[in-house]
Design a protein around this ligand. Structure first.
Ligand code: SPD
Length: 285
């Protein structure tokens, strides 16, 4: 069999993966959902022809979108994931014994069902008693919950269609109010190669709302350009001031105490996107 799935990652660049099988395909009320068995990356979740996660490289993204923030806040008891219906962020959040409740607000319940059926390695935390699944619009949920969470993870799709509002200043303001007085959030904020303007704009917005704003990086092979950004907004705690020597071993494969620090070391072309806008205390070299 010689079938390929191709994602047009920019109008001028594509990533192709040889597939063994289409395991599932459906049109949900929100999007087209496909699960492929691929040769290179194992099972792969694709929404509207965009790769969301694969069994072989998902650990990088899900560890980095969760543990950096969870280890920055000293007592993350209540954590919210916006999006992230595949369950990868929830699985990582559950590694932290201090988390009492992990809520997942996902607009498309079919993503959760497909992940449970086809991606059990990723979705395995979703039935944990600490997890509450809410099928709703994340923007609405955040707007309606004030002071409710120590940490919010914005595990969204790309900033088109339903996810566009998750990259807006109005939403970050609502996130600010949905957090406790010392809360923080982390959002996936796309590729520094292909989404520079978005990264600059989001960082400006976050730095205008939160006392501490930080950008950090990880390598996700199936995302455009491989290098991926995450933006943190924090009311009090600075991820650069974490005493990483004291962090517990979580059994993670990408995140580690050393990576917690090194992820914030930005190559000049990425630092340039932020210009003078790094908030909080000056970044260490
Ligand atoms: N270009 C695709 C970016 C997708 C980021 N979110 C993925 C969700 C995985 N939980």
């Amino acid at each position: 069999m010689n079938s390929w799935f191709t994602e047009l990652q920019t109008p001028d660049m594509a990533l192709s993966c040889r597939t063994k099988k289409v395991l599932h395909h459906e049109k949900t009320p929100f999007q087209e959902l496909t699960v492929y068995e691929t040769v290179q990356f194992g099972r792969m979740l694709v929404l509207d022809d965009v790769i969301q996660t694969t069994v072989r490289d998902e650990f990088v993204y899900h560890e980095m979108i969760t543990h950096v923030g969870l280890n920055t806040h000293p007592q993350p008891r209540r954590v919210l994931v916006v999006g992230g219906g595949d369950g990868g962020s929830i699985r990582e959040i559950l590694r932290h014994p201090r988390v009492e409740r992990a809520a997942l607000v996902e607009i498309d319940g079919r993503v959760i069902e497909a992940a449970k059926q086809f991606l059990p390695e990723i979705s395995c935390g979703l039935d944990d008693p600490r997890v509450e699944i809410i099928i709703d619009d994340g923007i609405k949920h955040v707007r309606e919950h004030r002071g409710a969470y120590e940490m919010i993870v914005i595990d969204s799709t790309d900033p088109v269609g339903p996810a566009e509002g998750l990259f807006s200043a109005a939403f970050y303001r609502d996130v600010f109010y949905a957090l406790t007085e010392d809360g923080l959030f982390v959002a996936q904020t796309e590729s520094p190669f292909f989404n520079g303007e978005l990264i600059t704009r989001v960082f400006q917005d976050v730095a205008g709302i939160f006392p501490v704003a930080r950008l950090y990086l990880a390598c996700v092979p199936t995302y455009p350009g491989g290098l991926w950004t995450f933006t943190m907004g924090s009311k009090k705690y600075d991820p650069l001031e974490v005493e990483v020597e004291k962090l517990p071993d979580l059994g993670t494969r990408y995140y580690s105490p050393a990576v917690h620090k090194s992820a914030f070391v930005l190559p000049p072309f990425v630092a340039e996107l932020l210009k003078e806008k790094q908030g909080g205390k000056p970044e260490r070299a």
